[in-house]
Every structure is written in structure tokens, then in C-alpha cells.
Design a protein around this ligand. Structure first.
Ligand code: UTP
Length: 277
């Protein structure tokens, strides 16, 4: 069973400067909800109620968001605005939130290792809130948990990206697992390869299920691309033992860490909301 979800949320979000100078990227809203709330809701829908968040300097707004705000709540009580807080109230009531700080931003792998203290010795999910996903049926995390239950090893969600974009992603090479059309056993992976050197166009997106041995591997992982400790490099060690599955998820992903993806997501969710009204 996957009981905990880790949210690495310590990055600087430089692509959104100056908006992210004093506001965490994870708090930027798509319509009226911050990105990280979508992520927490996805985890809850997948049956997870223990949230572990890796933050950093200037990210205190995330903690405040997942807490009561007595003055505000008192102010809008019994007004038409009160229901606007219903979703966040339900999350606060149904989840626990723990935080730890990444003191130096040494990469995603390092952020995940920083979260060890909140996770312990059990398999766990990782969700990068700036990858916002929309699915018709089961959400991406739920789809991945279903795959984990079958294979009991690390799982990464992948999608095919245009070849010229491979230098923005961890790229995997895998062998299709017989009897499936969406599940691959990874044999190689490389962080942000130049398009001309990329071994495939299958890109890892911001959803992972990791087995806890990843922490020991991360401890030994040397800084790689961009001098950061890369989760891709650590996963390659597991992959060498045949213990990483790439899963082509069903659904649509928006890269809300980029301005284009953020605007696309905003338009998409606005269209969806309009259609409901
Ligand atoms: P990104 O590569 O999107 O980096 O990180 P970033 O700093 O957030 O954004 P840009 O590129 O400067 O605009 C991917 C995820 O990993 C987390 C980020 O918070 C984001 O969720 N991360 C990255 C950390 O938590 N710590 C790090 O040291 C690096």
C-alpha cells in the first residue's frame, strides 16, 4: 500500500520570475486553486492521506494554505463566499501535512532525499505539483498505484514528447512488458539529453512511485547534469536491477512550470468549468 506522498516544492521557479520572487511557484493558481492543492487532491483521490512536503526559504505560504485561517473564516461565515473554502477545509480535515526544508537547492534527487525523514522505510509516491494532470477516469497517481501493486518496484509516469524537447526531461529506454501496450521495463535512462543524442522521446513527468532503497542510492549519487543530484541517475541504479517500470499514463499533462503550459492549463480548466455551468 502507498500511504505517503512526497511533494518536492523547494525549487526557485525561475521561469516565473518576478512572480516567484516572494511567492512559491506551487502557490500560483490555475483559476482559483493553487497548483499544490490540485496535487494534494490527486493524492487524496488515490487513497493517500499523509502528505510530506519539502519546502525551502520563502515557501511559508504553502504551510499557511493547509491550515485554518480563523480571522478570514470568521469574516466570511454565513456569506455566499463561505462555500469557496469547502474543498480546502475537507483536505485539512482528512490529511496530515508534514514539512521539512531543503536548505540548499541541490536538485530534485536531493530534495527527495531531504524528504526521507518524513517517509521512512516504505514505498511512497512523489508528485511534482507543476505537472498538472487531467484524466477522464482514474487519476495518474491512482493508475500508477495499480501498476505498483502488480510489479512492486519503482514506477515512473512517462509520455512521448517532441524530439526537440528531450533536453527538458529525464528520457527513458525500455522494453515493453508482454501483454501490455503501456508498461515498459526500463533498461536505460538519461537526464535532459540533447535531442541529437536522445535515446528515445519517452519523457518522465512529475509522478513517481519509489521504493525506499532509493534513499541509500541517492546518498551515494554524485551531482550529475547541471551539477544537481538527479533522481534519474539514482533510478538508473534500480533500473540496472530491472526494478523500474515506465508507465504511459492515460490523461493530459500540463507543464505549469513553463509559461506556455500554465496558460494552456488555465484555458483548459476554464473551458471545463464553463461547460459545467
Ligand atoms: P524544476 O526543474 O521545475 O525547477 O524542478 P524549479 O526551480 O522549480 O523551476 P525553474 O526551472 O527554476 O523555473 C522540478 C521540481 O523539483 C523541485 C521543484 O520545486 C519542482 O517541483 N525541486 C527542484 C526541489 O524541490 N529542489 C531542488 O533543488 C530542485
Amino acid at each position: 500500500m502507498i500511504k505517503k506522498c512526497l511533494f518536492p516544492a523547494a525549487g526557485y521557479g525561475t521561469r516565473f520570475l518576478p512572480a516567484t520572487k516572494a511567492t512559491p511557484k506551487e502557490m500560483l493558481p490555475i483559476l482559483t486553486k493553487p497548483l499544490i492543492q490540485y496535487g494534494i487532491e490527486e493524492a487524496v483521490e488515490a487513497g493517500i492521506h499523509t502528505m510530506a512536503i519539502v519546502t525551502g526559504r520563502g515557501k511559508r505560504a504553502i504551510e499557511d494554505h493547509f491550515d485554518r485561517s480563523y480571522e478570514l473564516e470568521h469574516q466570511i461565515k454565513d456569506t455566499s463566499k463561505d462555500p469557496l473554502l469547502a474543498e480546502i477545509r475537507a483536505l485539512i480535515a482528512n490529511c496530515t501535512f508534514s514539512y521539512t526544508r531543503q536548505v540548499e537547492m541541490k536538485g530534485l534527487g536531493h530534495a527527495i532525499l531531504t524528504g526521507e525523514t518524513l517517509i521512512g522505510e516504505e514505498p511512497f509516491a512523489v508528485l511534482l505539483a507543476d505537472d498538472l494532470c487531467s484524466c477522464g477516469g482514474d487519476n495518474v497517481l491512482q493508475q500508477m498505484i495499480n501498476i505498483y501493486e502488480k510489479y512492486q518496484c519503482s514506477i515512473v509516469a512517462v509520455e512521448e514528447v517532441p524530439k526537440e524537447q528531450t533536453d527538458q526531461y529525464g528520457i527513458v529506454v525500455g522494453n515493453i512488458i508482454e501483454g501490455t501496450d503501456d508498461t515498459y521495463r526500463i533498461v536505460d535512462m538519461v537526464e535532459k539529453p540533447n535531442p541529437k543524442d536522445a535515446p528515445s522521446n519517452m519523457a518522465i513527468i512529475g509522478r513517481y512511485i519509489l521504493t525506499p532503497d532509493i534513499f541509500d542510492i541517492l546518498r551515494k549519487t554524485k551531482p550529475g547534469r547541471g551539477k544537481e543530484i538527479q533522481i534519474t541517475d539514482a533510478l538508473l541504479e534500480q533500473a540496472k536491477q530491472g526494478k523500474v517500470i515506465a508507465y504511459k499514463f492515460k490523461g493530459k499533462r500540463f507543464d505549469c512550470g513553463s509559461v506556455d503550459g500554465f496558460v494552456e492549463a488555465t484555458n483548459y480548466f476554464y473551458g471545463k468549468r464553463k461547460a459545467l455551468k
